[in-house]
Design a protein around this ligand. Structure first.
Ligand code: ATP
Ligand code: FE
Length: 354
């Protein structure tokens, strides 16, 4: 199967061509056009600007993806598109473009849940077999997903407020470090003493896999103000604050991963695997912590390459390939959905945490 995938749910316009079968596919091309420069001045993604940029760029991005793959529309077996969750204007741009291609080229249309795209990526990159445990940690997401099949997900828990990436970014802002905060806080933490400031480890005292990161930011702000002298933050205090903050995030993620793995192992998977995805998975301290728990619990650890962890069209093409191979297909009534939990039951109970 050769599938074209379109992604436009946040601030990246992506298109890609993926070829193969479920669990054995290759990326023929993947083009991602980011929008950082457009939103920079506003300190966050502006939905109207994002929607317009997606609408303006998606046709070109699709053309480039086809060119780079060296194929034409007639070589495709289907067109997959993110139908949600995400910023509705952007999702609509993608869905309309995909419908146009589907009608124009007489191709099947496959709507894909953006989170399924992230969750199935380890199958695209490493051919990981079901069931596996997925930890999605990025600027917008933080959740444990037990992935049993392309349409079978259980959400074991996740953040009840901020995502860790957001917490890294806010920490960087509070400490006058450059954005994105993850890499700059991580670099500063290398020079700091993680034990000097003891930040809270929220929800560790409670059972389950839910997490909370917003209190950490408040604690950090309070401690920063205590150590600041005449509105100045000493370099040595800054690195210690970063180290203390990162240590708290690592502890929470590691302990909650231990609990999620315990639930997952009840399924008695033949080859147990933990896959992490999302920009935060780039953090070496977090990665090392997760690898240690996996070692202790005899679980394989895998992290897809970063370019396929952040938003891209290839994961959507691949998720579409899995759905289509399983007999799923959409028609022209496919709608863009701002909210679309992967796991309906859990979503109803837990809410929040995208
Ligand atoms: P999403 O795609 O889930 O809606 P996003 O686009 O913000 O959200 P990503 O692009 O996957 O997510 O990741 C970006 C986030 O990852 C940022 O918040 C960034 O600070 C964080 N990040 C990147 N590198 C690191 C690192 N080394 N340590 C910690 N966090 C990091
Ligand atoms: Fe995403």
């Amino acid at each position: 199967l050769t599938i074209l995938g379109l992604e436009s749910s946040c601030d990246d316009t992506g298109a890609a061509v993926v070829r193969g079968t479920p669990g054995d596919a290759t990326v023929l091309s993947s083009v991602v056009e980011g929008q950082n420069s457009l939103h920079e001045a506003f300190g966050g993604v502006v939905p109207e600007i994002a929607a317009r940029a997606h609408a303006e760029r998606i046709d070109v991005v699709v053309r480039h993806a086809l060119e780079r793959a060296g194929i034409s529309l007639s070589d495709l077996d289907g067109v997959a598109v993110t139908a949600g969750p995400g910023l509705i204007g952007g999702v609509m741009s993608g869905v309309m473009c995909a419908k146009g291609i589907a009608i124009g080229a007489g191709l099947p249309l496959i709507g894909v849940n953006h989170l399924a795209g992230h969750a199935l990526t380890p199958r695209l990159t490493d051919g990981v077999a079901f069931p596996y445990l997925m930890l999605l940690v990025s600027g917008g997401h933080c959740q444990f997903l037990l992935v049993r099949g392309p349409e079978d997900y259980s959400r074991l828990g996740g953040t009840i407020d901020d995502a860790p990436g957001e917490a890294f970014d806010k920490t960087a802002r509070l400490l006058a470090l450059p954005q994105p905060g993850g890499p700059s806080v991580e670099a500063a933490a290398l020079d700091g003493d993680p034990k000097r400031f003891r930040f809270p480890r929220p929800l560790l005292d409670r059972p389950g896999c839910d997490m909370s990161f917003s209190g950490l930011k408040t604690a950090l702000l309070r401690t920063r103000d205590e150590v600041m002298d005449d509105n100045r933050l000493k370099a040595s205090d800054r690195v210690d604050l970063c180290a203390g903050f990162q240590a708290a995030v690592v502890d929470v993620l590691v302990e909650k991963t231990r609990r999620a793995l315990a639930i997952y192992l009840q399924d008695a998977p033949a080859v147990p695997v933990l896959a992490v995805a999302g920009g935060v998975a780039a953090n070496k301290a977090i990665r090392a912590g997760l690898e240690t728990v996996c070692d202790q619990m005899s679980v394989q650890f895998t992290a897809p390459p970063l370019a396929l962890c952040t938003d891209n069209g290839a994961m959507i093409a691949y998720a579409g390939l899995e759905r289509f191979a399983g007999g799923a297909q959409d028609d022209m009534t496919l709608a863009a959905r701002p909210r679309w939990p992967l796991d309906q039951a859990a979503a109803g109970m837990l809410g929040g945490g995208k």
